[in-house]
Design a protein around this ligand. Structure first.
Ligand code: CMP
Length: 147
């Protein structure tokens, strides 16, 4: 059946004006965007979102990066959506992505292993957690993208 996953355009992707191009890639790949929002993460929110990385050496840099500007968060839906979105964004290290996955989104707009432009849930359980984290599992009064 269809799966939902959490996708996010990180601050470098939003400030680099990649949002429209990434949304075009998303639609061309057959995803529906069932919810979307432009928001900004504060330190507490970014730290909680990346809690599993809290013991890593890069954690404080990651939090600084993720709070450096607006992010564009989306709930995507498609058959096999979790792994298909991970495939579309490419490897974590954008430098490697440019060589091994030149058509990936991270090759398009990422810079290195930190500034990799986009996020994707790594499993269906992560997707469920992350969609709830951003309260994007509830139908609000907003008009969402429904294609
Ligand atoms: P993502 O895989 O979406 O989630 C964890 C993030 O931590 C990752 O993207 C990068 O932005 C960042 N990250 C992962 N590995 C490194 C690293 N070696 N150095 C700096 N940042 C990293």
């Amino acid at each position: 059946g269809k799966e939902r996953t959490l996708a996010m355009i990180k601050p470098d992707g939003v400030s680099g004006n990649y949002t429209d191009e990434i949304k075009r890639i998303i639609f061309e790949a057959g995803f529906d965007i069932v919810k979307e929002m432009l928001t900004e993460l504060d330190k507490e929110t970014a730290s909680a979102f990346y809690e599993e990385h809290s013991s890593r050496s890069f954690f404080s840099h990651l939090v600084t990066y993720m709070t450096s500007g607006p992010v564009f968060v989306m709930v995507l839906e498609k058959r096999n959506g979790v792994s298909d979105w991970r495939g579309l964004i490419g490897p974590t290290d954008a430098k490697k992505a440019k060589i091994s996955h030149p058509h990936s989104i991270r090759a398009l707009c990422g810079k290195d292993s930190q500034r990799n432009c986009v996020h994707g849930s790594d499993s269906t359980s992560s997707a469920e957690r992350e969609i709830k984290f951003f309260s994007m599992d509830v139908i609000s009064g907003d008009i969402d993208s429904e294609h």
